[in-house]
Design a protein around this ligand. Structure first.
Ligand code: PHE
Length: 341
C-alpha cells in the first residue's frame, strides 16, 4: 500500500511537470482529487485498512495530498506567468529595423562615382548664391527673357555692388564660373551636385531638387567629347543597351546647345506609352559659350569646353523598373515608399 502511494505521488509530480496548459493541469487535478479521483478513492478506502497500518498510511496520504496540491498550484502560477511554455533557442532572432540612405542620396552617390571613375572631381558651391554666378556671368543680364525659365527665389538682402541680388541657386550652372575661378587654368573636369530651388510644384517638379552639372574645359574639347561622355554615363548608369541623342536647343551659356535624350528602356527606341517615339528627355547640355569662359578668366581662343546639367531626381526616376509616378513621393517621408528603395 505504502509503495503504491509513493509511486502514485511520483507519477503525478512527473505528469504535472509535463503539462503546458491550465487545461492539462486541471485534468490531472481531477484525476487525483476529483469525485472519483485516485486520492479521493484511497481516502475513502482508508477505513478498510487494518488499524495498525491505518495511522501510518493516513499520515502518508495527507502528506501526499499536501505535496501534490502545492505542486499543482506552483505549476498553475508558472503557467499563468509565462507567455511561452516552450522556447526554441535555435530559432534565429528578429532583426531590429534599420534605416538606409534616402534614395536621392543613393542616386547622388551613384552619379558621382560614375563620373569620378573617368576623372571628374566632385565640387560643391553655395546654394544661396549671387545673381552674377547664377545668371549674369552665364550671359543672362538681369533683364534677359531667358531667365523666365528659371523661376527663381530671391533673398531679401542688400544688393552686392558687382554680383547683384542674392538668390537660391536655380541650377548648378552657377558653379561653372566659380569652378573656373577656383582652378585658375584648365584642365577642368568638374561634377557639381547640389540642391537647386525653383518656384514650381507638380508631378515632375519640386521647389527643392538636385542637379548634377558636368564641366570639362581644356585645349581641343569638342562635341565629340561631350557625346562620348554622355554615352559613357548612359551605359554605366542606365545599362549597356541605352543610347543618347542630342537635339538642338537654346541656352544662353552654351553654344551650340542641346537637349539630351536617352533611349527608352521599355521599347528600346520603338515608341511606347512612357516615352516620346522611343526617347526620354534627360536635360540640357552644350559647348561652353566664349563669354562664360571670359567671365571665368579663361581665354576662349585657347580653350574650349562642354557642360551639361540634369536633375538628379528626374534622372533617377528614369532608371528602368523604378516606376516612381510622382517626384513629390520622394520627399513625402512615407515609409511605404522609402523602404522600397
Ligand atoms: N542649367 C541648365 C538647366 O538648369 C542645364 C544646362 C547645364 C544646360 C549646362 C547646358 C549646360 O536647365
Amino acid at each position: 500500500m505504502k509503495e503504491t502511494l509513493i509511486n502514485l505521488k511520483n507519477q503525478a509530480i512527473a505528469q504535472i511537470g509535463d503539462t503546458s496548459t491550465q487545461e492539462e493541469l486541471e485534468t490531472i487535478r481531477q484525476e487525483m482529487f476529483g469525485r472519483s479521483g485516485k486520492i479521493t478513492k484511497i481516502t475513502r478506502e482508508l477505513k478498510n485498512v487494518n488499524k495498525e497500518e491505518r495511522k501510518e498510511i493516513g499520515i502518508l496520504l495527507n502528506d501526499i495530498k499536501n505535496t501534490l496540491q502545492n505542486v499543482i498550484s506552483t505549476k498553475s502560477n508558472n503557467l499563468k506567468n509565462s507567455t511561452r511554455t516552450w522556447f526554441d533557442v535555435t530559432i534565429p532572432g528578429k532583426k531590429p529595423k534599420i534605416g538606409h540612405l534616402h534614395l536621392v542620396t543613393q542616386a547622388i552617390d551613384e552619379i558621382s562615382k560614375t563620373f569620378e571613375n573617368v576623372g571628374f572631381v566632385r565640387a560643391r558651391y553655395p546654394e544661396v548664391e549671387w545673381d552674377w554666378f547664377a545668371f549674369e556671368s552665364l550671359n543672362m543680364p538681369s533683364d534677359h527673357a531667358a531667365r523666365d525659365e528659371w523661376e527663381t527665389f530671391f533673398v531679401d538682402t542688400p544688393k552686392h555692388p558687382k554680383f547683384g541680388s542674392m538668390v537660391l541657386t536655380p541650377h548648378t550652372s552657377s558653379g561653372q564660373v566659380r569652378e573656373m575661378m577656383r582652378v585658375g587654368s584648365p584642365p577642368i573636369r568638374m561634377i557639381n551636385i547640389a540642391k537647386c530651388y525653383r518656384r514650381q510644384i507638380d508631378v515632375s517638379h519640386y521647389p527643392m531638387f538636385h542637379q548634377f552639372e558636368g564641366l570639362v574645359i581644356d585645349k581641343g574639347i569638342s562635341i565629340v567629347n561631350l557625346k562620348g561622355t554622355l554615352d559613357y554615363f548612359a551605359k554605366n548608369f542606365f545599362g549597356e543597351n541605352r543610347k543618347t541623342r542630342l537635339r538642338p536647343y537654346n541656352f544662353q551659356f552654351t553654344e551650340p546647345s542641346f537637349e539630351v535624350d536617352i533611349s527608352c528602356d521599355i521599347c528600346s527606341g520603338n515608341g511606347c506609352k512612357l516615352c516620346k517615339e522611343g526617347w526620354l528627355e534627360l536635360g540640357g547640355a552644350g559647348m561652353v559659350h566664349p563669354d562664360v569662359l571670359k567671365a571665368g578668366k579663361i581665354d576662349p581662343k585657347v580653350y574650349t569646353g562642354f557642360a551639361f546639367g540634369w536633375g538628379v531626381e528626374r534622372t533617377f526616376m528614369m532608371k528602368a523598373g523604378l516606376n516612381i509616378p510622382d517626384i513629390r513621393l520622394m520627399y513625402s517621408s512615407d515609409l511605404r515608399i522609402l523602404t522600397q528603395y
